[in-house]
Design a protein around this ligand. Structure first.
Ligand SMILES: [Zn+2]
Length: 236
């Protein structure tokens, strides 16, 4: 299990000190295995604060299709639905794309602190808006930008959430998240590798020139990072 403290999650690191100390005994270290993450499968609803790994928030169709509308890692929290007491069902499914570790918290504990403390309430509201920023920008991105641009945007977002430049994910996994054919993802990755922007390996992609990848990404990466930083300024 991770040696990281819960503060390695940047959202937990933003909690007021006294609230963070009060939460510590209730934070449970858990693995985030690949696949669907059920936030409501246990007797209690939980929220998850990843410290490593990448979780996609996927919107599902009735016939089982899906497309990613936001990604969450050490910057955030999974299970925002649980902030609403008594809320049932969710069109969004959390899928772990890169396995990692998280701290899990009984959602009712977080709800109580949000009721009792205006600073926690404010933080949660800001975080929800940050997720909305990602979702709205992703909608625009899917409608207007090329697969090449979208893939570059997505690679940059992912490496911001992990400790190094190497992202462990298959081409099929990337294609599923983007809602495009695997062959097209492979073509774009081959082009990026030929231009020495990334290095491909089986089941992983290493971004070796993020500045150049940024020039190939659409405006959405900058839009998401800039608008998110206004809601949740980078930690010092
Ligand atoms: Zn875009």
């Amino acid at each position: 299990m991770s040696n990281d403290t819960p503060r390695a999650n940047q959202l937990l690191a933003r909690f007021p000190n006294q609230v963070y100390r009060a939460l510590l005994p209730a934070l449970e270290s858990v693995e985030l295995p690949l696949g669907r993450l059920s936030t409501g499968r246990y007797p209690k609803d939980y929220v998850y604060f990843p410290v490593t790994g990448i979780v996609s928030l996927v919107i599902l169709t009735k016939d089982g299709g899906g497309a990613e509308c936001a990604i969450v890692g050490r910057d955030g929290m999974v299970g925002t639905r649980s902030l609403v007491e008594g809320a049932n069902g969710d069109a969004l499914e959390a899928q772990v794309q890169t396995a990692g570790e998280a701290y899990r918290l009984d959602a009712s504990v977080l709800r109580q602190h949000a009721k009792d403390d205006a600073a926690v309430q404010n933080l949660m509201t800001r975080y929800l808006h940050a997720i909305m920023v990602q979702m709205s920008q992703t909608a625009i991105c899917n409608r207007y930008h090329s697969i090449d641009q979208r893939l570059c945007r997505w690679l940059l977002q992912c490496i911001d959430l992990i400790s190094g430049p190497r992202l462990f994910m298959t081409n099929q996994g990337m294609a599923d998240m983007m809602g495009v054919r695997r062959e097209r993802v492979t073509e774009v990755l081959i082009e990026l590798e030929a231009d020495r922007l990334i290095k491909r390996a089986r089941g992983s992609v290493e971004v070796i020139d993020p500045a150049q990848v940024r020039t190939r990404a659409c405006e959405c990466y900058d839009a998401i990072t800039t608008r998110t930083a206004k809601l949740l300024p980078p930690l010092k």
